[in-house]
Design a protein around this ligand. Structure first.
Ligand SMILES: Cc1ncc(COP(=O)(O)O)c(C=O)c1O
Length: 371
């Protein structure tokens, strides 16, 4: 069966089961469970929830593994770092990862006695950094610079040296990229973004084909209480059948926007893995189904970037990405990323491409570079 069809039905009840296609969210902190708890499939809401189970079944189908849902992407990241690393270990992380992950590494991980080595996503520094490492963390395409690395090649090298390989798949989503098939041990994602796509919830998940790691992640979630709310999970699952149509449209529009921006003399450093001039375009073409929903570019100065964002009439100025509504932001306003003051991260939504292009074109004309 076509993968798009599989996704439309993932985790939904089968045709032969009467009732709603997707059961409503189950709100229960506790369950009637007299006597021996081991005799009851459901006992307490921090341990399990049928709404999570249906969602995790769906995520498992998407990733090709066993999935564990978490309250946010960072809760999922935290769980992976927590179950895979101990004092004395060496972790190789992207120097250009989502900045909160680097912050977590330089504070919490290092205070637990883990040595952290930061390596740029692009380039050839991974090999040397892997010397004695127990964990390799990849984020491809990276957020917000959209650099790309070769998951299969790096996973092969790292696993041959005994390291656990983790891929943060947030920017691509499981629709565009399947890291477990490319040799990763674990895939982690913020489902707050494109996977659910409606900017109405925060969630995260981890998938793996290693049953021991799956159990450890579930135990971490139970003991740390990093559990997702049933309403968020149900909303996410409700959004999943439209993932293929959303992604196909958003990626096609992002390609058009990137090409249009790249053709303009007043826009510099357009970054999009789908552009032939992207340094890792060939790798992206090999490991991704399409090139993603984010386009980044540089308007040189803070003043021009702010003027551009203010001149957009359709596209909102907001953080995050992957949703059905186009949004953009000046990334340097947060600090933490190696980007210029005029660097824009643009998340392409589901609006008609010509309307997005017209809004961007008009806003650029209204905010010309200062001579
Ligand atoms: C690549 C990446 N990983 C993880 C996260 C964390 O996700 P959340 O905000 O759902 O905690 C983000 C958030 O932007 C992200 O971009």
């Amino acid at each position: 069966m076509n993968r798009d069809t599989v996704i439309v039905h993932a985790g939904y009840r089968r045709k032969s089961t009467a009732g709603p296609f997707l059961a409503g969210p189950q709100f229960s902190s506790t369950y009637s469970s007299p006597g021996d708890p081991a005799q009851h499939p459901l006992t307490y809401g921090r341990f399990h929830n049928p709404t999570w189970t249906a969602w995790e079944d769906a995520l498992g189908v998407l990733d090709g593994g066993e999935a564990v849902a978490f309250a946010s992407g960072m809760a999922a990241v935290d769980a992976v770092l927590g179950v895979t690393l101990k004092a004395g270990d060496v972790a190789v992380l992207p120097a250009d990862s989502y900045y909160a992950i680097r912050r977590l590494a330089s504070t919490w991980l290092e205070s637990r006695g883990v040595q952290v080595r930061l390596v740029p996503t692009s380039g050839s520094d991974h090999l040397q950094a892997l010397e004695g490492a127990t964990l390799l963390w990849l984020e491809t395409p990276s957020n917000p610079l959209l650099d790309v690395c070769d998951i299969q090649a790096l996973a092969e090298t790292a696993r041959a040296r005994g390291a656990t390989v983790v891929v943060d798949n947030t920017t691509a989503t499981a629709y565009l990229q399947q890291p477990l098939q490319l040799g990763a041990t674990l895939v982690v994602a913020s489902d707050t973004k494109g996977l659910t796509g409606h900017s109405d919830l925060l969630l995260g998940h981890v998938s793996t084909t290693d049953a021991g790691l799956g159990d450890a992640l579930r135990a971490w979630r139970t003991h740390h209480g990093a559990i997702p709310g049933p309403m968020e999970v149900w909303l996410a699952h409700r959004s999943l059948p439209t993932l293929p149509v959303r992604m196909i449209r958003q990626c096609a529009s992002a390609e058009r926007l990137a090409a249009c921006l790249a053709s303009r003399a007043d826009v510099a450093a357009v970054r999009y893995p789908g552009l032939p001039q992207h340094p890792a375009h060939a790798i992206a073409a090999r490991q991704m189904r399409a090139f993603g929903t984010i386009v980044s570019f540089d308007l040189a100065t803070r003043a021009r970037a702010e003027s551009f964002l203010g001149a957009l009439t359709l596209v909102r100025e907001a953080t995050s990405f992957g949703g059905v509504h186009s949004i953009a932001e000046r990334r340097a306003r947060w600090g933490g990323d190696a980007v210029s003051e005029g660097f824009i991260r643009f998340s392409v939504g589901c609006e008609a491409a010509e309307d997005i292009l017209a809004d961007v074109g008009a806003a650029l004309e209204a905010s010309p570079p200062t001579p």
